[in-house]
Design a protein around this ligand. Structure first.
Ligand code: DGL
Length: 262
């Protein structure tokens, strides 16, 4: 079982930011990554649809023999992880917007959160944010259109710059000193966002924390792979491969990218 792969899925290429953290922290582990780009963006779909996609992705990863599933998508985690955990026996790791560290560290008592509509409207997110709204101001902003631009190879583009200014400037006017990135696609915008918000705003991204949590859960379940054979990394995508290949081009590990209808 220990040599079986870690299964990872996202609505597209955003979760590769988590995959990169996992493979650098856990170099002996094999992985299978599913990019459900055909159905992106999840953030603008109903909770029922997000659950349906998450179940479909999980079943495919389980068919491929995965020992643990990382839901590398805030939208899928906040809408579907409880159902996935109740339906399947394998351990699940999710990713949620890191409100808590931002809320504990803020000095201006004002923090921003950029996430999808699906995440911001979920009950899991409301439950977490409600714990802090009596003491600090949380400015929620839907990043409408950002995921679609990234999936269309427009990570660095005039359209992206315009959208980022539109979403971030009102937060700056409300004196945020922390900005939580609540979508795995947004990790790829870190530098562009930092340029707009300036050095006085700390950007919080949960990629590394998710990889550490994956390690903890593997250890707890005695599922860690200690064989030092070269690890195998397989990517499956259900739309064109180009954008995924371009986001992986600087990766030094060996991997394969396959188009698959799922
Ligand atoms: N990467 C997904 C997330 O973390 C993007 C969601 C979407 O497809 O809208 O929320």
């Amino acid at each position: 079982m220990n040599t079986q792969p870690i299964g990872i899925f996202d609505s597209g290429i955003g979760g590769t930011s988590i995959w990169k953290e996992i493979t650098s922290l856990l170099p002996y582990e094999n992985t299978i990554y599913l990019a459900d780009s055909k159905n992106a963006p999840y953030g603008e779909k109903s909770a029922e649809k997000i659950i349906e996609f998450s179940v479909k992705n999980t079943e495919l990863l389980l068919e491929k023999g995965c020992k643990i599933i990382v839901v590398a998508c805030n939208t899928a985690t906040t809408n579907a992880i409880e159902i996935l955990r109740s339906k399947y026996d394998v351990p699940f790791i999710g990713i949620e917007p890191a409100i808590k560290p931002a809320a504990l560290q803020t000095l201006t008592n004002s923090i921003g959160i950029l996430a999808t509509k699906g995440t911001l409207s979920s009950s899991l997110f409301s439950k977490t944010s409600e714990k802090f709204t009596s003491t600090i101001k949380i400015i929620e902003q839907e990043g409408k259109g950002i995921v679609t631009l990234i999936e269309s190879d427009k990570l660095v583009s005039v359209e992206m710059t315009l959208l980022l200014h539109k979403y971030l400037n009102p937060m700056l006017e409300q004196r945020i000193d922390h900005l939580v990135l609540g979508c795995t696609h947004y990790s790829y915008l870190f530098q562009q966002i930092q340029k707009i918000v300036g050095e006085n705003v700390q950007i919080i991204d949960s990629g590394l924390a998710t990889a550490k949590q994956t390690n903890t859960i593997l250890e707890k379940n005695n599922l860690k792979n200690f064989t030092s054979d070269a690890s195998k990394h397989q990517f499956y995508i259900n739309s064109e491969k180009d954008v995924l290949e371009s986001i992986l081009k600087e990766v030094s590990l060996e991997y394969t990218v396959n188009k698959l209808d799922f």
